[in-house]
Design a protein around this ligand. Structure first.
Ligand SMILES: NC(=O)C1=CN([C@@H]2O[C@H](COP(=O)(O)OP(=O)(O)OC[C@H]3O[C@@H](n4cnc5c(N)ncnc54)[C@H](OP(=O)(O)O)[C@@H]3O)[C@@H](O)[C@H]2O)C=CC1
Ligand SMILES: CC(=O)[C@@H](O)[C@H](O)COP(=O)(O)O
Ligand SMILES: [Mn+2]
Length: 390
């Protein structure tokens, strides 16, 4: 029988890899229910036709006419605007890939969670901006959350193989990004094209910049704390430039278990889609004899202060993480437009956090989606004002 599958953010990097896996499965194995995008109507329409989707949703109405023209006569239903993405996510499906970038993914992902789907979670920002309420909704609906982020998928695989008894700490690996060995002086002048050149992974622009600042690892620290119910003190980060060991779990007896593989997101994606079975993924097989070496280093939080800011926000709790995420999204977008310098990204995040730190709600969790959206909006406004004042 076909499995019904929806892909939120189908036109992005994770969306592409997800459809690649689905496209290689045997005929009739999957039935594509819904696909969503923000503006890329051309790619969305091509995917919808190729995979014979029932429904497509485009968040930004600017390209509505183009989408309708491309899908005219196909019978594929079309929805426009943010509400249409929620409708796409809420349609009956066995599996939903949550691969929208940023806090914009929160409401659609929650809509899939509320339906009790198996949800492949790539969109880490959901957990960063509203982790308490997100995990409460997962528990209430009985949805099965399957981490797709490579590090969290690795930890999930380890914990599945060996039930979570005697865990001492989780160890997230970080590639170190394109600037792992770049001095602070040079970091002052790096351009978006330098920062987008990730040494290992081919990803969307926002997460590539996050990897360059190490904010990605900060967001992942928070993601791990929520996914695996661990305090900050039990989640560590180690720099591992080869990105072969995708993360590790240390146990009280000194054992350290890891998941390894070639750095290709189609492995964790196939794991999530196939769970609890395993699926074929067309990735390069790991040949340990051909590796030049696996190395591990302490992260440098002087050059990469974003990691420290994220840990502080996790320890502060509540809305601090939502503020961190929103300010980072604004700062990354401004850097990509070349309006601010690379080192202004963590600087702006820190100033936004400082400016919100005195609010009574700063350390209280977002009690509702509306509260999360308000908090996210307020932090975006602060970060935008701070950019104007630079
Ligand atoms: N890429 C990777 O290898 C990895 C990604 N992740 C996480 O997965 C998520 C997706 O990343 P990635 O695929 O790289 O991102 P991309 O930028 O490549 O794709 C983002 C997707 O989200 C859509 N989108 C963008 N903005 C909005 C919006 N405001 N409302 C609705 N949809 C929107 C885009 O549509 P459009 O094309 O129209 O702009 C696109 O489909 C992120 O949370 C990232 O952190 C985690 C691990 C690895
Ligand atoms: C592939 C993946 O999971 C990314 O989140 C990756 O971790 C980014 O690389 P960094 O380790 O450089 O952040
Ligand atoms: Mn990751």
């Amino acid at each position: 029988m076909s499995r019904k599958i929806s892909v939120l953010g189908s036109t992005g990097s994770i969306g592409d890899s997800t459809l690649d896996i689905i496209g290689r499965a045997e005929d009739g194995a999957f039935d594509v229910v819904a696909l969503t995008a923000n503006r890329n109507s051309k790619k969305l329409a091509e995917q919808a036709v190729k995979f014979n989707a029932d429904f497509v949703a485009l968040a930004d109405p600017a390209n509505e006419g183009d989408l309708r023209a491309r899908l005219s006569g196909t019978g594929i239903e079309i929805g426009i605007g943010p509400q249409a993405l929620i409708e796409a996510a809420a349609r009956p499906a066995d599996f939903t890939m949550a691969a929208i970038i940023g806090a914009a993914g929160l409401e659609p992902t929650l809509a899939a969670v509320d339906q009790g789907h198996h949800v492949g979670l790539a969109n880490k920002e959901c957990l960063v901006c509203a982790g308490d309420l997100f995990m409460a909704r997962v528990a209430a609906s009985g949805a099965k959350l399957l981490p797709v982020d490579s590090e969290h998928n690795a930890i999930f695989q380890v914990l599945e193989a060996d039930a979570p008894k005697g865990v001492r700490r989780l160890i997230l690996t970080a590639s170190g990004g394109p600037f792992r060995e770049t001095s602070l002086d040079v970091l002052k002048t790096v351009k978006p094209s330098d920062a987008l050149a990730h040494p290992v992974w081919d990803m969307g622009a926002k997460i590539s910049i996050d990897s360059a600042t190490l904010m990605n690892k900060g967001l992942e620290l928070i993601e791990a704390a929520y996914l695996f119910s661990r305090p900050s003190s039990e989640v560590d980060v180690v720099v591992h430039p080869q990105s072969i060991v995708h993360s590790m779990v240390e146990y009280i007896d000194g054992s350290v278990l890891s998941q390894m593989g070639s750095p290709d997101m189609r492995t964790p994606i196939a794991y999530a889609i196939g769970w609890p079975a395993r699926m074929e993924a067309p990735v390069e097989r790991l040949d340990l004899t051909k590796l030049s070496g696996l190395t591990f280093f302490e992260p440098d939080t002087t050059r990469f202060s974003a990691l420290r800011l994220a840990r502080d926000a996790l320890e502060a709790g509540g809305q601090a993480m939502c503020v961190l995420n929103a300010a980072n999204e604004i700062a990354v977008a401004a850097f990509l437009r070349e309006e601010i310098a690379f080192l202004d990204i963590p600087r702006l995040v820190e100033r936004t956090l400082d400016s919100h730190a005195k609010a009574a709600c700063f350390t209280k969790p977002n009690a509702s989606v509306e509260a999360a959206i308000d908090c996210d909006g307020a932090a975006r406004a602060t970060a935008t004002e701070l950019i104007a004042g630079l």
